[in-house]
Write a protein that binds this ligand. Structure first.
Ligand SMILES: *[C@@H]1O[C@H](CO)[C@@H](O)[C@H](O)[C@H]1NC(C)=O
Ligand SMILES: *[C@@H]1O[C@H](CO)[C@@H](O)[C@H](O)[C@H]1NC(C)=O
Ligand SMILES: *[C@@H]1O[C@H](CO)[C@@H](O)[C@H](O)[C@H]1NC(C)=O
Length: 218
């Protein structure tokens, strides 16, 4: 077994160790290739961030037999708190699939019907190179010219993570309940004029009079 003293005495070993750790991290951060897919079933397969802090995949919906939510969650805490979800928070049936295609992520029902897709390449000409679940909690799709073409951070649901920005015109919505991630009554909107907190009519989506409208300094 290698003692830490051996490491201290051998700078080359330290260098090699860091090189392999770095290589492993880069490998991990490039882990999703076009054609890779995850099934919604009890194998619980996921795409993990290099540190293992975040996972992307399907989560069984409590109290709803056979339904799964496509989501990103904290993987290293017992609650495995969900920080992002796809498909407007609507769960899908068992044996649905999410696949990284050359046009982005596609969520398909068991029947093959498309339920949701990431708007990665607008023209559908297939510019996706690979994707990665990052240690920040951001799922990023990268194009053939290494450009960032889609990221979950651009489409926040009910959570903002450290390092994530609430972009102009983005909306943060509360989840409808502790077990359903569909849009709930409260929303925070960031527009060019102000930061607004209001309730909405959950059925029609109509915004009610705001509680808070912050314009100072914007
Ligand atoms: C997958 O997760 C569920 C809980 O959501 C658990 O009951 C099941 O045993 C897990 N399956 C595997 C293969 O780990
Ligand atoms: C994709 O774009 C359409 C129309 O521009 C929009 O309605 C939809 O919400 C977008 N989907 C995602 C996942 O961003
Ligand atoms: C918030 O206040 C600004 C400035 O008075 C106004 O332009 C904007 O329309 C208000 N937002 C809402 C949702 O009423």
């Amino acid at each position: 077994m290698m003692s830490s003293l051996a490491l201290v005495r051998n700078p080359l070993l330290i260098l090699l160790t860091s090189f392999f750790l770095l290589a492993a991290a880069q490998e991990g951060s490039r882990s999703v290739s076009v054609g890779d897919a995850l099934p919604a079933d009890d194998r619980n397969l996921t795409w993990r961030s290099p540190s293992g802090d975040f996972e992307f995949g399907f989560r069984r919906v409590p109290d709803q037999q056979g339904l799964f939510l496509l989501a990103i969650w904290f993987a290293n805490i017992p609650d495995k708190t969900i920080v992002w979800s796809a498909n407007e928070g609507n769960p899908v049936e068992i044996q649905s699939r999410v696949e990284l295609t050359s046009n982005g992520l596609v969520l398909r029902a068991r029947s093959g019907m498309e339920l949701w897709w990431s708007n990665s390449t607008q023209d559908g000409t297939g510019g996706v190179s690979h994707a990665a679940m990052l240690d920040t909690g951001n799922f990023v799709i990268t194009g053939r010219n290494s450009e960032n073409i889609w990221e979950s951070f651009q489409y926040p649901t009910d959570t903002i993570l450290p390092g994530q920005e609430l972009g102009l015109d983005s909306i943060l919505s509360s989840a409808i309940s502790g077990t359903s991630y569909k849009k709930g009554r409260f929303q925070l909107r960031f527009t060019s004029e102000s930061l607004v907190v209001n309730q909405i009519d959950v059925v029609t989506g109509t915004a009610f009079q705001f509680y808070l409208n912050i314009t100072d300094g914007l």
